[in-house]
Design a protein. Structure first.
Lengths: 311, 94
C-alpha cells in the first residue's frame, strides 16, 4: 500500500505523513537536518539567557526567566523526540552538533551584554521564532507539526515577558530606557537574519515548498515580522535602528533596509561573537553529564537483574 | 507468558495528523492478536485510521496518591501563561 504514490497523495491532500509511512530518502534527510537544527537551536538558545538567571533584578523576574529557560530545554526535547521518529538517534544528531556538522540558529551566537538583552530576546527573537514556527504547525510531517503546536502554545509567554520587561525599563530612568534602546539596536538586524538568506539565495527552499515542510518564503516571513513588530516598538517608545524603515501605503507593508548578509554568512560559518563559547559550553555540558547517564544505566541494569526470576 | 495471554493497552489515532490516544485495553495471546481485537473493539465505527498496542505491563504509570506532590508545584506559577503579563492597549500580534 505504502509507497511513492501514497506519499505524493498525502502531500497533495495536505494530509500528514507519519513515522511509519513510506517517504523519499530526500524528504527524510531534509526533515532530520531541519528538525535536528531546530532542536539544537532550542538548547543552545538556553545559554545567552541562562547567563542572566543569577543576576535577574527581582525574584519575580528570576522565576520567569527560569521558567522560560526550562521551556527551551523542553522544546529541545520535543524536537529530539520528533527527529528520532525518523530513524536517527539523539546521540547521533548531538554528535553532529558537537562536531560542527549540524548548525543551530545564528542568533544565539550574539552575546547578552545587559539585562535589557533578556527582554530583547523574548520580544524580538521569540517573536521571530513564533512567526517562523506558526506555519510549521501545518508542516507535512506529523510528529514535527505536533511538536510545533506544543511549542507555539508555550512561546507566547516568552514573547510577552520580554515585551513587559522592556516596557518596565522604558518607563524607568533615562539610563534604563537607554539600555532598552541599546538592546534593540544590537538585536534588530540579527533578528531579521533569523529568517534566513533572501529568497533568491536560499538553498533549501524549493524542495521544502514542494513537500509542504515550508509554507512561506524567508522574505515573506521577514516582512510579516517587521509589519507586526514596528507598531510594538512604537508602543514601547523605542526607535528601530533602520533609516529606510517607513510605511508604504501602496503595498500596505513597511519598507525596510537590507540586512548585512555577509554578516549572516560569517556568523553561520563560525565567525560570530560567541560561536566558540556556545559550542564549548555545550560539549562541556555533555561531558559533565556522562557519569550521570552511565550511573543511571548501571542502576537500571542492576535493578532489572534483581527483579528477574531465578532461572 | 501464560497460555491465557496478557493485557494490552490500545491507542487509536482518530485521523491523520493527530496523536494516538488511549482507547482501552484488550486481552490477547500475542501483539498481532491484540491489534485484531483492538480493531474489532474500538474501531467498528471508523473511530480511527491507525492503532498501537502496547503490553500493559510495559506501561509505567505515576501513582495517583502521589499526584499532588507531582503536579502541584505548577499551580502557583501563573507567570508561565501569557495572560499573566499586562500588555498596553492597542497592541497586536503578541
Amino acid at each position: 500500500m505504502s509507497g511513492p504514490s501514497t506519499f505524493q497523495q498525502l502531500i497533495d491532500d495536505d494530509a500528514k505523513v507519519e513515522a511509519n509511512d513510506w517517504m523519499p530518502d530526500h524528504y527524510r534527510a531534509h526533515l532530520v537536518r531541519q528538525i535536528a537544527q531546530h532542536a539544537h537551536s532550542e538548547i543552545i538558545g538556553m545559554q545567552p539567557e541562562a547567563q542572566w538567571i543569577t543576576r535577574a533584578p527581582s525574584l519575580r523576574r528570576k522565576a520567569i526567566l527560569l521558567a522560560k529557560v526550562q521551556d527551551e530545554a523542553g522544546h529541545g526535547l520535543y524536537l529530539y523526540g520528533a527527529v528520532e521518529t525518523l530513524g536517527t538517534t539523539r546521540d547521533d544528531v548531538l554528535d553532529r552538533l558537537h562536531r560542527g556538522a549540524q548548525k543551530y540558529s545564528s542568533i544565539f551566537n550574539y552575546p547578552t551584554l545587559t539585562w535589557a538583552d533578556v527582554g530583547a530576546i523574548g520580544w524580538l527573537v521569540d517573536g521571530a521564532a513564533i512567526t517562523n514556527q506558526i506555519p510549521l504547525c501545518r508542516c507535512s510531517y506529523g510528529p514535527y507539526a505536533r511538536a510545533m503546536v506544543r511549542i507555539c502554545k508555550e512561546e507566547s509567554f516568552h514573547q510577552r515577558q520580554g515585551f513587559e520587561l522592556l516596557q518596565t525599563l522604558c518607563n524607568g530612568t533615562v539610563q534604563q530606557r537607554d539600555m532598552a534602546q541599546d538592546a534593540l539596536n544590537r538585536w534588530w538586524w540579527p533578528t531579521l537574519m533569523m529568517f534566513g538568506p533572501p529568497d533568491g539565495a536560499s538553498i533549501h527552499g524549493a524542495e521544502a515548498f514542494q513537500w509542504k515542510i515550508k509554507r512561506f518564503s524567508n522574505d515573506e516571513l521577514r516582512q510579516r515580522f517587521v509589519d507586526h513588530t514596528v507598531p510594538q516598538a512604537e508602543l514601547l517608545g523605542l526607535v528601530i535602528p533602520d533609516p529606510d524603515l517607513r510605511w508604504n501605503s501602496d503595498t500596505d507593508h513597511f519598507d525596510f533596509g537590507e540586512p548585512d548578509w555577509d554578516e549572516l554568512t560569517r556568523v553561520i560559518n563560525g565567525d560570530g561573537p560567541c560561536n566558540d563559547e556556545r559550542l564549548a559550553v555545550r560539549v562541556q555540558a555533555d561531558a559533565d553529564g556522562q557519569w550521570v547517564r552511565e550511573a543511571a544505566s548501571v542502576h537500571d541494569d542492576r535493578r532489572s537483574a534483581r527483579s528477574e526470576p531465578a532461572a | 507468558m501464560t497460555s491465557d495471554g496478557q493485557l494490552f493497552e490500545v491507542f487509536v489515532r482518530a485521523r491523520r495528523g493527530v496523536s494516538h490516544v488511549h482507547a482501552g485495553s484488550v486481552h490477547a495471546a500475542s501483539a498481532e492478536m491484540a491489534l485484531q481485537y483492538g480493531r474489532d473493539l474500538f474501531t467498528r465505527r471508523l473511530e480511527g485510521v491507525s492503532l498501537w498496542v502496547v503490553p500493559a505491563a510495559a506501561v509505567v504509570a505515576s501513582q495517583s496518591d502521589g499526584a499532588p506532590a507531582l503536579f502541584e508545584p505548577a499551580a502557583d506559577k501563573d507567570y508561565r501563561y501569557p495572560a499573566h503579563y499586562q500588555m498596553p492597549d492597542g497592541i497586536e500580534h503578541i
